[in-house]
Structures are given as structure tokens and as C-alpha cells.
Design a protein around this ligand. Structure first.
Ligand code: TMP
Length: 214
């Protein structure tokens, strides 16, 4: 654990249409049942400025978006979110439950866009110092099924409009990161019925200790 604040930092990741929203809500309820104060947030976004950056990032536009510009906007939003919202909540002892974080940058900008992992790692160190999530759930689903679910839900944004191959690369980065650091990542089979997905998540949560950090 690299996060030394009283609260814990939990992130939830996955490709499109994996069901992050309902499962985040499930995790929040399970943690609150343990008497834990939970602050839910999302990336890109989470503060008024970061939400504006999110709108810039997700909007479909005629102009091609430079990949490095996209990467820097992700980290600009993250710097704001981290310093204005995440760190203060953790310092007060709340658990932060975040819909995506830097693993998404490794997966989407590093995998999907093929940007340098070293560059992402440098920006991660610059923006976050040593702060990393304590635990990360990767909701994993066959890419095609996920995209169908996402398109049934709403009109595609700029990322959702990418091709299948892009999301295959995103998924493989998530899985590779989980394999390299199994103590932090929990891969959840999101292709199952919701009850089975939540049972798998509950099993992970049951293994955690809920004592305040010393
Ligand atoms: P969401 O719709 O799942 O909330 O996420 C918005 C989109 O932003 C999603 O398609 C993934 C993308 N994204 C990145 O490309 N890099 C990042 O670092 C983050 C946090 C999100």
C-alpha cells in the first residue's frame, strides 16, 4: 500500500459497458454497511473544472484531437480532482471510490492510442507523487458485448466511437496490469448476471480489514 492517508482509495475500471455505475453503487453500500464514510467520484471529472475538462475530452469534434493533448488534459483534470477532492477526503478518513483513475490512462492512452508508457509514468509521478489506489476492481467483459450494452444506453461519445481494435488494446492493458500486480487488482467477470458479478465483488470486500490505518 503506497497510500498512507487514514482513508483508502479504491478505483473501478473497465472497458465500455461493463456496468461500472451499478457496481460502484453496490461497493458503496457494502462499505457504508461497515460504518465507513464513502466519497464517490469519477474521472475525468469530479470537480467543476475537471468536469469541464471532461466535456472537452468526450465531445465529438471535426478537428482531430492530438493524442498528447488528450493525455495532458486527462492529467490536468486529475491534478485538480486529486488536490481539491480526493486527497482532502482521504485525509479526513473517508474512503474514496473512484470511477476510473490512472489505470484508464495506461489502458486508453497507452494501449488504445499507443502513447509511451514511460511518458505516462512520468506524468503519474508528477501529478500524484507516490499516491496510488489501494485496490482496483477491473470489470472485465468481452469487448463486443460491452460496446453493445453501452450503445443501447446512450449515444456514443468520442471514446465510444472508437473501433473494436482500440478497445481490445485497452482491455489487454488492463489485464496485463492486473497480472503484474495481483495484490492490488481484482478482476471481476462482468459478463455474468449482475447478482453473480456482485457476489464476486462481495467476496473481495469480505477479505478486507476495516480497521482505521495506524
Ligand atoms: P466513462 O464514460 O467511463 O466515465 O469515461 C469516460 C471516457 O474517458 C472513457 O471512454 C474512458 C476515457 N478515459 C481515458 O481515455 N483516459 C483516462 O485516463 C480516463 C480517466 C478516462
Amino acid at each position: 500500500m503506497t497510500n498512507t492517508t487514514p482513508g483508502r482509495f479504491i478505483t473501478v475500471e473497465g472497458t465500455e459497458g461493463v456496468g461500472k455505475t451499478s457496481n460502484i453503487d453496490f461497493i458503496r453500500r457494502q462499505l457504508e454497511a461497515q460504518g465507513i464514510e464513502v466519497m464517490c467520484s469519477r474521472e475525468p471529472g469530479g470537480t467543476p473544472l475537471a468536469e469541464q475538462i471532461r466535456e472537452l475530452l468526450l465531445a465529438k469534434r471535426d478537428e482531430a484531437v492530438d493524442e498528447t493533448a488528450e493525455l495532458l488534459l486527462m492529467f490536468a483534470a486529475r491534478a485538480q480532482h486529486l488536490n481539491q477532492k480526493i486527497k482532502p477526503a482521504l485525509a479526513q478518513g473517508a474512503w474514496v471510490l473512484c470511477d476510473r483513475f490512472t489505470d484508464a490512462t495506461y489502458a486508453y492512452q497507452g494501449g488504445g492510442r499507443d502513447l509511451s508508457v514511460d511518458t505516462i509514468a512520468k506524468l503519474e509521478d508528477l501529478v500524484q507523487g507516490s499516491l496510488r489506489p489501494d485496490a482496483t476492481f477491473i470489470l472485465d467483459i468481452d469487448v463486443e458485448t460491452g460496446l453493445k450494452r453501452a450503445s443501447a444506453r446512450s449515444e456514443a461519445d468520442r471514446f465510444e466511437s472508437e473501433q473494436l481494435e482500440f478497445f481490445e488494446k485497452v482491455r489487454s492493458v488492463y489485464l496485463a496490469r492486473a497480472k503484474a500486480e495481483p495484490q492490488r487488482y481484482h478482476i471481476i467477470d462482468a459478463g455474468q448476471e449482475l447478482a453473480a458479478v456482485q457476489a464476486q465483488i462481495a467476496e473481495v470486500l469480505e477479505g478486507w480489514t476495516y480497521k482505521p490505518r495506524q
